[in-house]
Design a protein around this ligand. Structure first.
Ligand SMILES: [Zn+2]
Length: 275
């Protein structure tokens, strides 16, 4: 995937677009993501409306570095909330992914559609990647378990960081343990290599010979919520690169052919979006 991203960034720079190399590295460009929250319930079971504002607040704190780490420049603005009462969709939102998203999804590549239903015990969330958008715009979005939203009943995952993690994928970040100890890793330089996901919240963990402890406090690991607190400056750069290539809306009146489109990059990474 990195090869393709590099090619597209070069194309954007050659065509006069604002490539990252032209920016002042000290300035964090603001990206405001419009958000639609789609609450799927089974009768009275499911996310209470009051929790939506709490989840959006946690997203903004996490992506601005409010818990630690870098300010990614990304902020989230709630556009609206939909409600759907559907027992089957609530209990198996991935099994019914197509009809669910076909009915509820809205907006272009820049709009985050956050579907909140109930997932299985093994999975708390699922996201598509930005480079999938061109082939499957109708499936773009993030699905999370309602119990992972701040104040929810999942003891170890009740701070709302499942959404932070999944939206990291939606913005183009890979797991910190991607490719294990191999040098390509997660394609970000300042997250030390990590052989395997972190379970729970160990005092310390170092699974690769390369320098640096495992980034178990990073939002893109699998640690429990109490263990997570940060994105790195390198991840912030990758998010902005991905945004420029795959999600930034075309200027009004621009020739769509002049805008670099996304290539399909379905690969061995297919399941990586599942937390
Ligand atoms: Zn994940």
């Amino acid at each position: 995937m990195s090869a393709d991203l590099g090619r597209r960034l070069q194309a954007a720079e050659a065509s006069g677009g604002a490539g990252p190399a032209r920016r002042d590295p000290g300035a964090v460009e603001r990206i405001t993501v419009p958000v639609w929250v789609h609450i799927v319930r089974d009768g009275a079971l499911g996310l209470p409306d009051a929790a939506v504002a709490r989840q959006i607040a946690v997203l903004n704190t996490a992506y601005s570095g409010g818990y630690g780490g870098a300010d990614t420049g990304v902020r989230f603005e709630l556009e609206g909330v939909t409600h759907t009462d559907n027992r089957a969709w609530f209990r198996d939102p991935l099994g019914f992914e197509e009809p669910l998203k076909e009915k509820l999804r809205t907006g272009g590549p820049e709009t985050l559609n956050l579907f909140i239903a109930q997932m299985s015990r093994l999975v708390l969330g699922y996201s598509t990647y930005p480079y999938w958008y061109k082939d499957d715009p109708g499936l773009d979005g993030v699905v999370i378990d309602w119990r992972s939203v701040p104040g929810g009943p999942l003891r170890d995952f009740a701070r709302g960081f499942t959404a932070v993690h999944e939206i990291g994928h939606w913005l183009g970040l890979l797991h910190t343990f991607e490719n294990g100890c191999a040098s390509s890793g997660d394609a970000v330089d300042d997250t030390p290599a990590e052989a395997r996901p972190t379970n729970g919240c160990p005092p310390r963990k170092d699974t690769c010979p390369a320098p640096g402890d495992d980034p178990m406090h990073n939002f893109m690991d699998y640690s429990q919520d109490r263990c997570m607190r940060e994105f790195t400056p390198g991840q912030a750069v990758r998010i902005r690169q991905m945004w420029d290539v795959y999600r930034r809306p075309a200027p009004q009146g621009a020739d769509p052919e002049a805008t670099p489109g996304a290539l399909a990059e379905r690969s061995d990474d297919e399941s990586a979006g599942k937390r």
